[in-house]
Design a protein around this ligand. Structure first.
Ligand code: UT7
Length: 319
């Protein structure tokens, strides 16, 4: 038994914050942000919106696309670094908001690689018969863990959610999944704060060594793509679409160059969504499925990298 994606969904909060809007608050400008990152705008969650609210809309859209009712869902995995609260998990809150009670629900915390981790776990559970209708979501509200006075980081991130429904399949939809981590790089991208003794301890805002992250990302995204190709015996040219983590257009383009693939085969939403961390890959997947770019029989390579450091790939055939 194998698994395949039966439907995708996405949700972006209504408020759009452009580079020009940011330039009114901090010392930056549209040209710098566009040329260094490819980002033109980002979406920002409303004060009353929680990560589970974003996840709920994306999940409902994915379920509708798959033709599966909420009460048929028997596994929920939410990849997030910005959960509603310390506990319970955002997945349990989402389960309640969906009005269902079947099966396990848990969060995966692998930062921007979280969706790739979650999809890989769900694939193994569905393919082994442990679940029949798995909801896999990436959902984030990074606007609440960003230092809005740090121009080196605040221009990069946005809020959003993407979801897929994974179902059993006799033909393989998910062809390979490879996951990695190296905790010795934990300090180059972190939110070094926590809650202790009734107060926030440490600095609960994103800090980053941008240059080191950039170089590391380009290196491991290409490596894990080659790993997937070697494991499946496929040539790079057989990949119809690459969906890398949407962090910076220069990282994404450098990865395509290393793979020897034309930029036309890359799905890019970083200009409109910015970096939505664990939501970036499922959001981009949803856009490319809904606009008809991804078609049955095509091969799609998902490439994730994030704080931890974590990285990995999922190679799939769209069926
Ligand atoms: O999910 C993973 C998350 N993180 C990433 O993907 C980040 C990876 N890193 C990057 O994307 C890039 O390193 C950045 C976009 C963060 C920075 O780009 P860069 O080309 O490496 O720029 P830089 O850090 O070398 O900065 C160049 C200049 C500096 O000024 P000086 O020292 O040359 O005078 C910065 O102070 O640009 C300045 N700068 C800005 N200027 C206008 C930094 N941020 C801004 C800004 N607007 N927002």
């Amino acid at each position: 038994m194998h698994s395949r994606i039966a439907g995708t969904g996405g949700y972006l909060p209504a408020q759009v914050l452009t580079n020009a809007d940011l330039a009114q608050r901090i010392d930056t400008d549209d040209e710098w942000v566009r040329t260094r990152t490819g980002i033109r705008q980002r979406h920002i969650a409303a004060p009353a919106e929680q990560t589970s609210d974003l996840a709920l809309v994306a999940a409902q859209r994915a379920l509708a696309a798959a033709g599966i009712a909420s009460d048929e869902v028997d596994l929920i995995i939410v990849a997030t670094t910005t959960p509603d609260m310390v506990f319970p998990s955002t997945a349990c809150i989402l389960q309640d908001k969906l009005g269902v009670k079947n099966g396990p629900a848990f969060d995966v915390q692998a930062v921007c690689c979280g969706f790739v981790y979650a999809l890989s776990i769900a694939d193994r559970m569905v393919a082994s018969g442990g679940a029949r209708n798995a909801l896999v979501v990436g959902a984030e509200i990074y606007s609440r863990i960003i230092d809005w006075n740090d121009r080196g980081t605040c221009v990069l991130f946005g809020d959003g959610a993407g979801a897929v429904v994974l179902v059993p399949s006799e033909r393989p939809g998910i062809l390979s999944a490879h996951l990695h981590a190296d905790g010795s790089y934990r300090n180059i991208l972190s939110v070094p704060g926590t809650v202790a003794n009734g107060a926030v301890s440490g600095r609960p805002l994103l800090t980053m060594d941008g240059h080191t992250v950039f170089k590391f990302a380009v290196k491991v995204l290409a490596e894990t793509a080659h790993e997937a190709l070697a494991a499946t015996g496929m040539a790079a040219d057989a990949i119809d679409w690459v969906i890398p983590h949407q962090a910076n257009i220069r990282i994404m383009e450098a990865t395509m160059k290393k793979l020897g693939l034309p930029l036309e085969r890359m799905v890019s939403t970083v200009g409109e969504h910015a970096n939505t961390s664990a939501a970036s890959i499922p959001l981009a997947l949803d856009v490319a499925v809904r606009d008809g770019r991804i078609r049955p029989g095509q091969h799609v390579m998902l490439l994730g990298v994030g704080g931890g450091f974590t990285w990995g790939s999922v190679l799939l055939r769209w069926i």
